[in-house]
Design a protein around this ligand. Structure first.
Ligand code: ADP
Ligand code: 5GP
Length: 208
């Protein structure tokens, strides 16, 4: 169970493949030590340069299905023909420590999180144009032509869910997008509901 009164919270970042989630998360994590990345489990193959336990926990179908049966996921979904899921334990440990945990997950997962954790904050990342999305997917060079097509086609279905999110950010200029997300984080951190003991500390604790 996640602690809703804690200063920590879940920050869901979704968006079509190629919208820049990975690029932006890397920069956010580099700049703010209060943020931690939730490492998902997946049944897809590791890409060149990806590391076990850093980018993903790479598991096979049987291991993933055992994790489902044991209730080990906050959410999970089948995305682009593979399983992806957010392990529960590391996330709840980080929230209890007051950290902000980034879940870089697809729309199906984001909807599950929203339903079960009302205090979670969700951001949908958009490309400036669909043509640019396709170009970025091709330019990344990590998928075959067929996989790029699947991801590009899925993007149109994913976009329909943008209205379910709290915030939308357009990733045209990377620094602008990054600054908008940092502003969202600052606003969410300063919500009164996340700072219940601020007055008590001021009046009785000798400082905040
Ligand atoms: P995602 O994680 O959403 O699938 P990536 O972060 O891998 O997307 O970005 C897809 C590609 O687009 C990468 O090659 C990345 O370097 C590039 N990219 C990301 N943001 C921008 C941007 N604002 N302008 C130009 N290229 C970008
Ligand atoms: P990729 O294969 O490009 O790393 O990720 C493909 C998609 O799966 C992306 O939209 C990414 O956000 C999503 N994804 C990654 N981890 C998870 C997860 O734990 N749960 C869900 N639902 N989606 C995930």
């Amino acid at each position: 169970m996640l602690i809703s009164m804690s200063k920590g919270f879940l920050l869901v970042i979704s968006g079509p493949s190629g919208s820049g989630k990975g690029t932006i998360c890397t920069k956010l994590l580099r700049d703010d030590k209060e943020l931690v990345f939730s490492v998902s489990a997946t049944t897809r193959n590791a890409r060149k340069g990806e590391r076990e336990g850093v980018n993903y926990y790479f598991v096979d179908d049987e291991q993933f299905e055992n994790m489902i049966d044991n209730g080990e996921f906050i959410e999970y979904a089948r995305v682009h023909r593979n399983y992806y899921g957010t392990p529960k334990k590391p996330v709840s440990d980080q929230i209890a420590r007051g950290n902000i945990v980034i879940l870089e997950i697809d729309v199906q997962g984001a909807l599950q999180v929203k339903k079960n954790y009302s205090e979670a904050v969700s951001i949908f990342l958009l490309p400036p144009t669909m043509e640019e999305l396709r170009n970025r997917l091709i330019g990344r060079g990590t998928e075959t032509e067929e996989q790029v097509d699947i991801r590009y086609r899925n993007a149109f279905k994913e976009l329909e869910f943008v209205h379910e999110y709290d915030y939308v950010v357009i990733n045209d200029d990377i620094m602008n997008a990054l600054n908008e997300i940092k502003s969202i984080i600052i606003a969410e951190k300063t919500r009164v509901s996340r700072n219940k003991n601020v007055l008590e500390n001021l009046l009785h604790g000798g400082g905040i």
